[in-house]
Structures are given as C-alpha cells and as structure tokens.
Write a protein that binds this ligand. Sequence first.
Ligand SMILES: Cc1ncc(C[n+]2csc(CCOP(=O)(O)OP(=O)(O)O)c2C)c(N)n1
Length: 584
Amino acid sequence: MNIKDKNTKELEVVCQDIRDEILRVVSKNGGHLSSTLGATELIVAMHKVFDIKKDPFIFDVSHQSYAHKLLTGRWEEFDTLREFNGLCAISLGVGAAKAIAIKGEQESRIPVVMIGDGSMTAGMVYEALNELGDRKYPMVIILNDNEMSIAKPIGAISRMLSSAMASPFYQRFKKTTESFVDNFGEGAHYIAKRMEESLKLITPGLMFEEMGINYIGPVDGHNLEQLIDILETAKNMGQPVIVHAQTLKGKGYAIAEGKEEKWHGVGPFDLESGSSAKKSTDKSATQIYTEALLKLCETNDKIVGATAAMPTGTGLTRLLEKYPNRFWDVAIAEQHAVTSMSALAKEGFKPFCTIYSTFLQRGFDQVIHDTCLMDLPVVFALDRAGIVGEDGETHQGAFDISFLRAIPNMTLFAPRDEKSFHYAMKFASEYEHPCSLRYPRGSFKKTSLVGATEFELGKSQLLQSSESDTLLIGYGQGVGRAYETAELLDEKVSILDLRFVKPLDEGMLRKMAKEHKKWFIFSDSAKMGGVGSAILEFLAKEKILDVQVTSFEYEDCFITHGNTTLIEESLGILPRQLAEKIKG
Ligand SMILES: Cc1ncc(C[n+]2csc(CCOP(=O)(O)OP(=O)(O)O)c2C)c(N)n1
C-alpha cells in the first residue's frame, strides 16, 4: 500500500483498517495485541515521513510493529504472524548510521528507530546513546511510551519518563518557556534548560540533551497530523533526535485499553466479549515452580529472588506480593539481575534468579564472572527451556545447557515432573554453589514411570530396567519424551533419568555401558554442547568405545516459531518419529 500520497484523513482510515486486521487475526490465532494497537499511528506516520525503500526502519520488538508488516506487503501473509525479540534497536540504528556515513549517503538516507519505554530500562540502550550523543549521527528515535513494559515498568527511568511531564505545572511551564524561547533564540534555550533544572524538573528532555541528543516531546502518539509534522522536523535536523510519543496500550479496542498486562500477549479470544477461547487445565511447570518456591520461603528466610521484567511469565508475581523485601522485578536487565543476586549470595542469602532460558543469554558474562568465578550459591531457574511455541525464533530455549555447561563451578540439573521438581528445588535451596535447573513452557509430559526420589548431587535415577541392548537417557522434559517413545517400541527398553548433566553420574553410566550398547539421548536442547555431548565426552574420557550414542537434541540451526507440535514434527522429535528412528 502506498501511503505517501494520502492525506491525514485518509491515513486515519488506514489506521482503522490496520487495527481491524490486527484484531481479526490476533483474536483468531492469538498473538501480541495491546502494544501493536497502541503503535499504529506512530508507524503510519513513520511510513508517511520516511522512505521504506531507502531509510533503515528498525523496530526494537516486533510485537509493536504489526502495522509495519501490514504496510510492507505482508497483508496477505499476516495470518501467519508472530514476534521477534529485540531490545537493541538503538545500537542497530547507530550501526546503520555509520554505514550510511561511510557510503556518503547522509543526504538521502536516515535511520528511524522505534523503541518502547520498557526497553529504556535495558543497559544496551545507554551504551548506544552514549556513542550516538558523541558522534551525532543523524538519526530519529521514536520512543513509544505506553507507560508499560509487559508488566508495570520498574525503576527510576520509567518514573522519570512519565511523572514530571504529566504534572500540570510542568506542562504550563513548558508552554510558557517555549514561546519565550522561540522569540529569543539560542541563549534563551540555555537559560530555559537551566531553569528546568533548578526547579528540579528533571525531565527526559534534560537527560537526553545532556547526553548530546535532541529531544522533542512529549507528543500525543495518536495524533497523526502532529506526529507527521514532528517527524518531518526531526528528519530534517541532521542530528540525532528522540521523539517522545505517549501512546495507549490497546488503543482502539476498548476492552484492552490501558494497563492490563493480560492483553500484551493473548491466545485466541472472542472479539465481542474479550473472553479467551480455551484454557489449559494441566498444571504448568511455572506453577509448580511458584508453589515449590513459596513453600521453601516459609521455612528459609534466606531465600530471595529476581525476575527481569517477567513477573507473570516466570510465576514470581505471588512471591513479589508476599515477600516485597525479598523478591524484586529488576526491569529488563538480566545482567543486573545476575550480578545483584550474586552480591546477595555473597552476603549469605540464597538467590533464585528466575529467567527464561533464552533471556539468560543476556547475562552470560555475569554468570561467569560475578557468580561462578566466585563460586557463589545463586540458583538459576530457567523457565521456557525447549521449544516455546509461537513467540518467535528468538524465544526458543535451546542453548542454556551448552553455554552453562562450559562454566567451572556450575552444576546443571533438571526435573521431569511435579514431584521431581519439588525435590530439585529442595536440592537447589540447600546447595552451596552456583546451579541451574531448567523446565519447559507448559506442563511436563505425563508418565507412569516410578516416582521421583530426592535429588542428590550428580545422581541419576534408573526408571526402567531391561535386558535390551537399548538405553534411553532422558534429561528434564526429555524423560517424558523418552517414555512416550519407549511405549511405541517393540521391546521393553531401559530408561534412565539423568537428572544431572553436570556433574554426570559416572558410576551409573559405567554400569549402563556394560549392560546396553545402544544409547539414545532425549533432551529439549541444542545438540552441540548439550546432553549428548556431555555423555560422549565422558565415554571418550573413559575410553569406552563400544557404546553407540545417538542424540535426539536439536540440530545446529535456529528453530522457527509456531505451534510446538508442528515444530517438533518438523525437527523429527515427536515420539512416533523417534521410535521409527530407533527401530531403524
Ligand atoms: C532480554 C529480554 N528480556 C525480556 C524480554 C521479554 N519482553 C518482551 S517485550 C517486553 C516489554 C517491553 O516493553 P516496552 O519496550 O515498553 O514495549 P511494550 O511491550 O510496552 O510495547 C519484555 C519484558 C525480552 N524480549 N528480551
């Protein structure tokens, strides 16, 4: 759709069409809703003012950018939509600006970046602004401020973004000084700024401008005409500029408007009533985690914990409510979560750092230097390990075993069901070194295998024993997958719940190597550096050469998003597919 020639009235109709389409598809398929509804006018204005054919358009999180997808020829494919992950858009903008400068294209091209207020709590934003303010590349940053992260935004930055400017005094002050300043030029600008400062009106404008970045705002992010004007001005400034736009999450769909977290990402729902189409009845691994942690907290007042802007997703909401002095939402700041929890461990507390598998990647260096190097007893509770479904390629929890296993002092283990989860949590709460436990999105697979026993460092549990040459080794959710596969085989095979991938149960593995010569590894994790790798390293160290190991972990590729069963089918890891592979 070419919107360049359309006037404001026509563009308002485009906005309405976009909202209708987003609502139609998301209510049918599920998806992210409220952020993207709120960003519609911003994106239409971006397309009106900037040129998508040559200006780099960079979105921090694609769940704000459905309108952009619709405007860039993806109306037909929109039914297949889900999200990307970001939180580094300004860095991408700075990189693009450098490329434009090297190519000598600054006269004709300019990067335009959209970033959410929640993302302003992530450190990388400031690393990029620090350089941008110094080098002054022409670039427009649209700060889409809906006063929400997924949950309520945390911290001084978000407070500053909204509070000072919302006050009527500030708004009056700003209006008066602006007209005054316009009449008196540069020197007056300086005086006005100093006045704002001395009146303790610490505003985002001051902060950004002190960093060397121009600031325009706050502007009404739903007023198309004003937005187009302001973006034109910003584009022609020839300098970095932040346009601070205030938007309403869920705008245009009354039921979802405002600060209700549940409309951030939704399953299919009924458009009329807003009620959701289906609810899962099985207890999720996250729910079990919450219950186990609440129970441990009752008797151990040293337990503390953090989430990085995912209180609901990680199940920490109830702990934050019950123990406001022991549990913290630290905003989108995984690095800070890891390091600050490490310091608490040094002070004798027992931190549970609760983070999705994929997001801990942000805190890798901190896990090495601030936790493991000091051998501090931080527990990393990794939710969403394995395939996470529709949330995007970036959200798959594939790499945690591979990257954590390499770190000295780190212990890795995983529960396979509700009972073993409680034992794993008890072990974690008593363990005096860094450790990490992983668990899946949704519920554990059900088995009728023997019940779990207490967790003991480096000890596996043999769940099913047989004369067969075949041994299925499961880790975490892989145990249920091994069980379902075993049920489809012609003979009864042995099944081992590995429990610990570091340290391995060497005694058990030596014994198994004598009794079974065909081993199959089941774990919802990347193959490289994963559970199979650990076992092969062990066999090589022991010079056990007569055992054949086949790992059913993920191949060396990024895994697309979509329905979990369909993805697993495409990877060939559904139990019926695995059974066929084992039968040969
Ligand atoms: C490193 C990392 N941590 C956490 C998340 C989960 N997450 C996705 S969007 C989001 C909130 C972003 O807030 P904001 O930038 O204000 O955008 P909004 O959703 O309000 O439109 C969070 C916490 C993530 N994607 N990446």
